[in-house]
Design a protein around this ligand. Sequence first.
Ligand code: NAP
Length: 337
Amino acid sequence: MESTQLRLARRPVAEPDETTFETTTATLPALEDGQVLLAVRYLSLDPYMRGRLSTAKSYAAPVEIGQVMVGGTVGEVVESRYDGLQPGDLVLSYSGWQSADVVDGAAVRRLDPDAGPPSTALGVLGMPGFTAYAGLLEIGRPQPGETVAVAAATGPVGSAVGQIARIKGARAIGIAGGPAKVRALTEDFGFDVALDHRAPDFAEQLARATPDGVDVYFENVGGHVFEAMLPQLNKHARIPVCGLVAGYNASSAPAGPDRLPGFMAAVLTRSLVVRGFIQDEFTHSHGRDFVRDMGEWVRSGQVRYREDVVDGLENAPAAFAGMLRGTNFGKLVVRVS
Ligand code: NAP
């Protein structure tokens, strides 16, 4: 079987563009014992992939030039030499930006067809949903009556953060870009307050919407949203630092005065708890509870999700670049075949 593959061709300096990836075709090897052949059905596009395009020091190795771009996938077993999997089974794999793959059967997880549509294994019931669950509950620890704020709030992480905060009895402030997303925050996801970070008076709107301050700021974006948030943070506020997507394409330091002294003074005088995390550190401690709780919340409708499905692997590079600017509306997945 042949696999159409997108490989890293050139490291982008700022935004990824049409020269970042190149398309190649490979003939996959014959199966060995223990292996399965997968046809990739869905590819997840996630902000962390921007980091993999860079050689800057990070928590994971960069993708090498010429390497197939990495990514979480849902694959369908086409042929199996692994006892635990049959043709037709759907599995969660890490096949990356390609249409087919040969993998060890033991290295993939069979998806429960009753858990939800297959693509949700890449979103609300997968890595992004888990990120929201573990980061919010372990670090944010929202209490009834507290205020929780999150940006990129229609995305898979932010939308789950807001809804879980409400399940825990907190007031949820959602921040997104543009009127359609802002409307979805209250109408579809049940946030108490929805704000547009692109509004020229965003900082004033945030201050008016949080008269009692903010107890948990789940940091997804950084940039001007963080700057508006900092004055609103209460004493002992918790800040799970999950992502800083506003700066992923930055090619130079932000303009203006050094903000670090002001930030450190706020950390000191308001006893802020700032804790970065990468979701997989919580797999052992929170993985089981997540599967139970999130499964139940999605089934009961307490947690709703939205997907942005792009057709065709060839459209992955543009969709990925757009996500870093906010053109996606919901969990971005590519329907590969
Ligand atoms: P997402 O929300 O689907 O997509 C990113 C969103 O970021 C865009 O749609 C855009 O939404 C927003 N954005 C982009 N530039 C912005 C800016 N300058 N200011 C404010 N918002 C901006 O992404 P996701 O998958 O849910 O991920 C959200 C964050 O979580 C990312 O930072 C990601 O890196 C992080 N993350 C971390 C972990 C971990 O283990 N630590 C795991 C998964 C994800 P708007 O149009 O609404 O602005």
